[in-house]
Design a protein around this ligand. Structure first.
Ligand SMILES: O=C(O)CCC(=O)C(=O)O
Ligand SMILES: [Fe+2]
Length: 283
């Protein structure tokens, strides 16, 4: 766990090392190219597309699997979703494998001190990943400025005893299957809002950044330094998701109806420094 990541991108020699680079603070984002072949991405998309569930909330697109963010602060609801989604995900895993689990194997092989385990509740393990699909439009913003630390680091999670509720760091692990028309570039800003700053913003703008981390007022990221991560099918990308980030359509190609599809998982280390390489995951 690092609170001060070097604001740079590394290109790692294995997916496990990519996680290590970001977790140790050597980089804020690390990528591993061609983790999946184009043919493999295409094959997975064909299996996944017909199974996608459309979203009702203000985050557009479709998904498959459970999401702690979508559970709106209720761990019980999250684990209920995990159980509900088990069957359909098992079907997908049977056909496609589970890409994040191969990444975990790569991470665990770095040393006997590296481990990756699920957060759990009443004997139920969190899901390792979910699938996200953003519809491509002519809009510049695909996913608004946000951070993913607030999902775990908030009063509700402390009260419900989430293992990682005191964390100052959160890793987002993404394997991309499709990015039609180059519509969804990941932009990571050099800004990690503090609890106090979130509180001030909530008071001023009526947002719930302390609770959800989504979305930040647009002007907040104006003028900030950033790193753009071009998204290609088959890419594995891990980044420190406590930094503000968004997904933007830089080229504004018209690819209406198409989907930007990715596997997505979150992890962070236990807050004790001697256990920095022992990661806990959820979806
Ligand atoms: O798909 C991406 O590149 C990032 C998505 C993201 O930031 C999120 O789901 O929290
Ligand atoms: Fe995010």
């Amino acid at each position: 766990m690092s609170i001060y990541n070097v604001f740079a991108k590394s290109e790692a020699e294995s997916p496990g090392r990519a996680i290590g680079d970001v977790n140790s603070g050597v980089a804020v984002v690390s990528t591993f190219d061609n983790f999946l072949s184009l043919e493999e991405c295409q094959r997975q998309i064909e299996i996944i597309k017909p199974l996608l569930i459309s979203r009702g909330s203000d985050v557009p697109g479709g998904y498959l699997g459970s999401s702690l963010f979508e559970a709106g602060g209720s761990l019980a609801l999250y684990f209920e979703q995990v159980l509900e989604m088990e069957e359909v995900l098992a079907e997908v895993h049977k056909e496609c494998g589970e890409p994040i689990s191969r990444i975990i194997d790569s991470y665990n092989s770095l040393s006997p001190l590296h481990s990756f385990e699920a957060i759990s509740r009443l004997g139920i393990n969190a899901a390792l990943s979910r699938i996200m699909a953003f519809p491509v439009t002519n809009d510049r913003i695909v996913l608004k400025d946000h951070e993913d630390l607030a999902t775990i680091r908030n009063k509700m999670m402390v009260e419900q005893g989430l293992e990682v509720a005191m964390s100052l760091s959160v890793l987002a692990l993404n394997v991309y299957l499709a990015n039609p028309g180059n519509c969804g570039t990941l932009r990571i800003f050099k800004y990690r809002p503090s609890d106090a700053e979130k509180k001030d913003l909530d008071r001023e703008f009526g947002t719930d950044l302390q609770g959800t981390g989504y979305p930040y007022p647009e002007h907040i990221t104006r003028g900030l330094e950033y790193i753009d991560v071009p998204v290609t099918p088959g890419l594995f990308c891990v980044f420190e998701a406590s930094h503000l980030h968004s997904v933007i359509n830089l080229d504004k190609h018209n690819a209406d109806g198409d989907l930007r599809i990715s596997w997505n998982s979150f992890a962070c280390s236990s807050s004790h420094p001697t256990m920095a390489n022992q990661l806990l995951y959820w979806s």
